[in-house]
Design a binder for this molecule. Structure first.
Ligand SMILES: [Zn+2]
Length: 245
């Protein structure tokens, strides 16, 4: 049975980036693990009056729990680092915690943000670096048939509805997962993050109200490491192939 691990810094990144893929994996009886690195305590509070970071962190954990349930996530690891300041935390310690999860759970696939973090958020960028290093370190102790494939996830349509146009993807996209049958779960997972109404509305207008029309049929990935070796991603000239993780 295939095991897919995703590593993201904030509660809601999983639903934005690969909610449909996670639901699809779960539907195919694959095991999924979500590592959420920070508590999300610096996020907006949306319609909720929450004046304390600890309360917001707890609230966002509950929202994440709901999203994880919708997406059928098998294992949820909360690292609870402070939101917004991952650049200031002990990088080696963060790498070590992701490394331990990989060595313990032995995923076939690890997914995280690309080097530009999609949005340029410093927490996203640190999470990419830490996860990439953790995979490389895990290869030192895993047997060759246990080496996970490492994918970066892109959200090329993230800025479609935003007034500010975002950065171009840092790495060429090499595959897309068809999530047509799982758009509903992705929408419901996004809706679970009610406190993040601003972010959800920005990228997926209508979804909070239950209109999932803007959710596309694909989620986008770049395979950057396989069999213990880095892969130099090449842009696809004949369109992006459909893949399964
Ligand atoms: Zn984020």
């Amino acid at each position: 049975m295939k095991k897919v691990m995703v590593v993201f810094p904030h509660p809601d990144d999983e639903s934005f980036a690969c909610g449909g893929t996670l639901a699809k994996c779960s539907d195919a009886s694959q095991m999924t693990c979500l590592i959420c690195v920070t508590s999300g305590c610096s996020g907006r509070t949306g319609p909720f009056e929450i004046d304390c970071r600890e309360k917001l962190a707890r609230h966002r954990e509950q929202e994440l729990g709901k999203a994880a349930e919708v997406l059928g996530i098998s294992r949820l690891d909360l690292f609870r680092y402070p939101d917004g300041s991952l650049v200031k935390t002990d990088f080696d310690e963060l790498v070590g915690r992701i490394y331990e999860a990989i060595v313990d759970w032995k995923p076939d696939v690890v997914v995280t943000f690309p080097p530009d973090g999609v949005t340029g958020h410093p927490d996203h960028i640190v999470t990419c670096r830490a996860t990439t290093q953790a995979v490389e370190q895990a290869e030192q102790v895993l047997s060759a048939d246990e080496y996970p494939d490492l994918y970066y996830v892109s959200i090329p349509h993230y800025y479609d509805h935003c007034p500010d146009k975002g950065p171009k993807p840092a790495v060429p996209i090499t595959g897309k997962v068809d999530i047509t049958r799982f758009r509903l779960q992705k929408g419901e997972a996004l809706r679970a993050h009610q406190s993040q109404v601003y972010s959800v509305n920005r990228a997926y207008p209508g979804v909070i109200e239950g209109d999932f029309g803007v959710i596309g049929c694909y989620e986008y990935y770049t395979l950057v490491r396989s069999g213990g070796k880095p892969i130099e991603p090449e842009p696809e000239s004949n369109g992006i192939p459909v893949i399964e993780l």
